[in-house]
Write a protein that binds this ligand. Structure first.
Ligand SMILES: Cc1ncc(COP(=O)(O)O)c(C=O)c1O
Length: 394
């Protein structure tokens, strides 16, 4: 009999009832160090007092009004994002996938309004992940994502990772309107795009007049030690998707765009009942206030250095389990010799939570405010996890 929850996830037999900072607790009182943070969502940890305060203050005043009216919390968050980024305007969504939907619509409408409606093609990259909607799975195009869900939305071409020749060839096609890329691939196995390549993509888009779209749903909001990952490369996109960390655990996403890219989206062309809801935006505005500060981002970089150094040591002590460390900021991956699921599973026994990704990688995406002592504790737990997996493998 089908379970009462549609079984699209293989869930671990763990049920948490309480969270505090980087810790999660089960009903029977077992504590787990959460290095997954809801897959890069709980940017400021669980039950962060500032976010609880922002949420409850808003909840006591007003939960929801539709986008038929002005929403002060939404305005505050939009102004903060515009002030701090390349963007001139924002549209708020409830998730990364919803942001993806608008990105595809905006890219198409842009070219429609430019009088070149044939430029519908969006180039994407092998290993990418942009969500699970019809557009998002078509964008990625793998059999794993798309099998059984056809006919797929047309207009996407997937390119091999790092193949500049294939990119140049595909970009030369007359129907290309945009290039969409995660500056650091998350689900694909924590693969940062080298700064030079992001710069090259910006130049290429400028040459062919295409829109450059960054998906910073996972790598944005301080995760790499800058507010947005593309800042490391010194280039800006025309359009960007944001979600996960921006809500700190409350469902919130956004599309940020330049005026030139977004001017096509006039009244009536897009909408969302819940997107930009007062509760979500009150939390988002507080997350933004905390994470966008240079002091906070300095702290993320320092914590990243400590974690990374410890992970390099871990890899050196367990060469039978690991191949190396990859990633940037607090978006780090342990490339495993065996199945990453073995490591994730062994972590349950040692009270540490990690997240598997493609390419045999275990992801570490802790809350951005994890304390030094908690990093050290995480490293010693991971050492015990590796010993378990290593002895099983031997
Ligand atoms: C890079 C990226 N884009 C888009 C999405 C989809 O976001 P959501 O799950 O909030 O719909 C994800 C989710 O993992 C993601 O990592």
């Amino acid at each position: 009999m089908i379970p009462s929850i549609l079984p699209t996830y293989n869930r671990a037999p763990l049920s948490f009832v309480k969270g505090e900072g980087v810790w999660l607790q089960t009903e029977d009182g077992r504590r787990y160090l959460d290095l997954g943070a809801g897959i890069a969502v709980n940017a400021l940890g669980h039950a962060n007092p500032d976010l609880v305060d922002a949420l409850t203050t808003q909840a006591n005043a007003l939960w929801h009004v539709s986008n038929l009216y002005q929403i002060p919390a939404q305005q505050k968050l939009a102004d903060a994002l515009v002030e701090r980024t390349f963007a001139d305007t924002c549209f708020f969504t409830n998730s990364g996938t919803e942001a993806m939907e608008l990105v595809v619509k905006m890219a198409r409408k842009y070219w429609h309004d430019q009088g070149q409606p044939e430029r519908t093609r969006i180039l994407t990259f092998e290993g990418a992940f942009h969500g699970r909607s019809s557009a998002a799975i078509a964008a990625v195009g793998t059999e794993k994502m798309t099998k059984g869900f056809g006919p797929l939305l047309s207009g996407f071409t997937q390119l091999p990772w790092g193949d500049h020749e294939a990119l140049r060839e595909a970009a030369a096609q007359a129907d290309v309107g945009a290039i969409l890329i995660e500056p650091v691939q998350g689900e694909g196995g924590i693969r940062p795009v080298p700064d030079q390549c992001l710069k090259g993509l910006r130049d290429l888009c400028d040459d062919i007049g295409a829109l450059l779209i960054f998906d910073e749903v996972q790598c944005g909001m301080g995760r790499t030690g800058k507010l947005f990952a593309h800042e490391w490369a010194g280039v800006t996109p025309d359009i960007m998707m944001v979600a996960k960390g921006i809500g700190g655990g409350f469902p919130l996403g956004a599309v940020l765009a330049t005026e030139a890219a977004a001017a096509c989206m006039v009244a009536g062309t897009h909408g969302s009942t819940y997107g930009g809801n007062p509760l979500a935006c009150a939390v988002g505005a507080k997350v933004m206030e905390i994470v966008a500060s240079e002091d906070f981002l300095d702290g993320v970089r320092a914590r990243s250095g400590r974690l990374r150094q410890g992970l390099e040591g871990l890899v050196a002590s367990h060469p039978e389990v690991f191949e190396g460390v990859r990633g940037t900021g607090l978006m780090l991956g342990l490339k495993c010799k065996g199945a990453p699921a073995d490591l994730v599973q062994a972590g349950y026994a040692e009270g540490v939570l990690t997240v598997p990704a493609a390419d045999n990688v275990v992801r570490l995406l802790p809350p951005l405010n994890i304390a030094e002592a908690e990093i050290d504790e995480a490293l010693s737990r991971l050492d015990r996890v590796a010993a378990r997996v290593g002895s099983d493998a031997g």
